[in-house]
Design a protein around this ligand. Structure first.
Ligand code: MF3
Ligand code: CO
Ligand code: CO
Length: 256
């Protein structure tokens, strides 16, 4: 395993890619409503990335993935394939995961959206998942270890009796979509690689309302669902480690 450190010029390019990915999530919010298909949301994002941003949607054709974004509704944990047949309805929760490539570098981020009136138990799951992401981000600084990030996320999720998904994790990112290290969302403090300035990686915890266990669709080879078909929520940011802490490269205006 080798974690490649980025120069400040490279982080500058990742800042641009990250900003573009964040901007797609800012743009798409007003289109998320009952009656729209996830395929339509994907086409709007795809067009925006290619035409307005002059960037490339990283998922498209990545290991054969067929669309520009991942859209994961309700009990879909991650890697949902956008479809004209999947129509959003009142009460749905969904994750839109955007990865763009600009000037050779990737920016990867996702957020949860609500459709109409979402029950309190679902909003709570979404809120705690977001808190897990930000607790992980707060732990990310030089000298900390990857296990510190995993532990704090696991502790917060499990304190609320949610299942923390283990089969999928955050990842180093840069010229490649997925680089070393793997960023697990569970772990033991003081273990794992030590963080150093120049590292760039994602944190992207997935929390399940029930069991942590997942199932991969044998139909399409991509769609990951909760094994018990209860709800799942995920948030993701791309960060860079600096001498004095970390920078969130995909921060949205609403989070500033
Ligand atoms: N964006 C996802 C991640 O956070 C990866 C999607 S891979 C794809 O790592 F092929 F499904 F697009
Ligand atoms: Co990612
Ligand atoms: Co992603």
């Amino acid at each position: 395993m080798s974690i490649q450190l980025k120069t400040s010029a490279e982080i500058g390019k990742m800042r641009v890619a990250g900003r573009l990915a964040a901007e797609v999530l800012e743009m798409i919010g007003e289109h998320v409503r009952a009656g729209v298909s996830t395929g339509e949301l994907d086409r709007i994002c795809h067009r925006h990335i290619v035409e307005k941003q002059e960037a490339v949607p990283a998922p498209l054709n990545y290991r054969g993935f067929p669309r520009a974004t991942c859209i994961s509704v309700n009990h879909v944990v991650c890697h949902g394939i956008p479809s004209e047949r999947k129509i959003l309805k009142n009460g749905d929760i969904l994750n839109i995961d955007i990865t763009v490539i600009k000037d050779g570098f990737h920016g990867d981020t996702s957020k949860m959206f609500f459709v109409g009136n979402v029950p309190e138990h679902a909003r709570r799951l979404v809120r705690i998942a977001r808190e897990c992401l930000f607790k992980g981000i707060e732990a990310a600084r030089p000298g900390a270890r990857l296990g510190d990030i995993g532990h704090i996320i696991q502790r917060h999720g499990e304190a609320h009796h949610y299942g923390i998904v283990r089969e999928y994790c955050g990842h180093g990112i840069g010229r490649a979509f997925h680089e070393d290290p793997q960023v697990l969302h569970y772990g033991t403090p003081g273990t794992g690689a030590e963080l150093r300035a120049g590292m760039t990686f994602t944190i992207e915890p997935m929390l399940n309302a029930g069991t942590r266990h997942t199932r991969l669709s044998s139909q399409d080879g991509w769609t990951v669902t909760t094994r018990d078909r209860r709800l799942s929520a995920q948030w993701e940011h791309t960060i860079a480690i600096h001498e004095d802490g970390c920078e969130v490269l995909t921060l949205r205006e609403e989070e500033r």
